[in-house]
Design a protein around this ligand. Structure first.
Ligand code: AMP
Length: 362
């Protein structure tokens, strides 16, 4: 258990990272009467636009980190690649949730998969790879097809390369780049799902139902809530997420990305100790959103009900898909969220739209 001081409304929540996840957290915080202070290397990002204060500084700027930590009452993050050293430095002044230990595991695929193995959570077969010789050995034991992923700083399919039956392994290694990697067996999945779990300092835990995720070009395109899987699979996935949250010592919100195999087995792919893109639908379809729950968890407030009042389909607006905004505004029942990004770029998440429907029996 983490003993959390209850922070009353009007306190200031510091957030590492300035993107849309920070923006939606800050909006949820504002509704409950809290202020947010954003720490990000870029000025005028989506989160700063809606926050009371911001610090524009690099993550290795010791003076800026110290001043930021002194100016806020608690710190959270919306970006899991915040350097652990920055988090440790800030945490010496003001509590940071989720903490550096959680972040360290989630930033490194080797640590993440070892952690899952240690707590009895299934993943795709994997092996650590450092060079061509260890890649050859790993392919020998795992087989083809497989996926080589850099251990650190990969997201949305970046730092990954497929190992097909005819792939040249030295070419695969060059594509992913230098550094530690993991080789994973390619999972022949029936679908990809995720569960978002929240955990408070007193150990109280909530989940939202498992949702189904469809990716296009390795980027999340659509989330269907709830996932169209059996009750057994959905309950199993929620149980895994709760188990991970407890074992990792989470205070905050964590997204668990999983594969459901054709045989109905659930394998964990990735952990993200922050609000997750596949949880945006909770703003419009649940009593408490993932963003409000993060605010509640880090401020030492009771967690809210995650009751789903509607079913939902969330579509990301990527690149110039955002230009459909006038049409989406005119669509009855479509709930449009735009992130305030000045420049549209291919592959950039510009907003999302959530379409609600009457809740069906699970
Ligand atoms: P990741 O960066 O690990 O989240 O991977 C991005 C996407 O690549 C996943 O959402 C899957 O669609 C696909 N992918 C990653 N790893 C595997 C795997 N071991 N087997 C099959 N598909 C994968």
């Amino acid at each position: 258990m983490t003993d959390l001081r209850r922070l009353p409304p009007n306190s200031t929540i510091g957030i590492f990272g300035g993107g849309q996840l920070g923006r939606m957290t800050a909006l949820a915080a504002a509704r409950l009467g809290y202020r947010c202070h954003i720490y990000a290397p870029e000025a005028d990002g989506p989160a700063s636009q809606v926050s009371a204060a911001s610090t524009v500084a690099a993550y290795d700027d010791a003076a800026a980190l110290d001043a930021f930590a002194r100016a806020v009452d608690v710190i959270t993050l919306e970006f899991e690649n915040v350097p652990v050293e920055a988090v440790r430095r800030a945490a010496a002044v003001t509590p940071v949730h989720p903490g550096a230990d959680v972040l360290e595991v989630a930033q490194d695929r080797v640590l993440e998969k070892s952690f899952c193995g240690r707590i009895g959570v299934a993943t795709a077969p994997w092996a650590e790879v450092a060079d061509l010789a260890s890649l050859e050995r790993a392919v020998g034991s795992i087989g083809r097809p497989a996926v080589l992923k850099s251990a650190r700083f990969g997201y949305d399919g970046k730092g990954q390369a497929a190992v097909e039956s005819a792939s040249d392994l030295s070419q695969v290694l060059r594509t992913v780049g230098a550094g530690r990697c993991v080789l994973e067996g390619r999972v022949d999945f029936a679908c990809e799902i995720s569960v978002i779990v929240a955990r408070a300092g007193d150990g109280a835990t909530t989940t939202w139902p498992a949702v189904e995720n469809r990716h296009v070009n390795h980027i999340l395109d659509t989330t269907v809530a709830p996932a169209r899987v059996s009750r057994e699979v959905a309950d199993g996935a929620e149980g895994i997420a709760r188990h991970i949250a407890r074992e990792i010592g989470l205070v905050g919100v964590l997204g668990v990305e999983m594969f459901v195999t054709r045989g109905g087995e659930v394998l964990v792919n990735e952990l993200a100790p922050r609000p997750h893109n596949s949880g945006h639908w909770t703003i419009d379809a649940c009593a408490t959103s993932q963003f409000e729950q993060l605010v509640r968890a880090v401020c030492g407030l009771p967690l809210g009900s995650t009751e789903r009042h509607s079913d939902a389909v969330m579509k990301n607006l990527i690149g110039d898909e955002v230009e459909a905004w006038p049409k989406l505004l005119a669509e009855p029942g479509a709930r449009l969220h735009l992130y305030g990004k000045a420049e549209t770029r291919p592959g950039r998440k510009m907003g999302h739209v959530t379409r609600l429907s009457a809740r069906k029996e699970d």
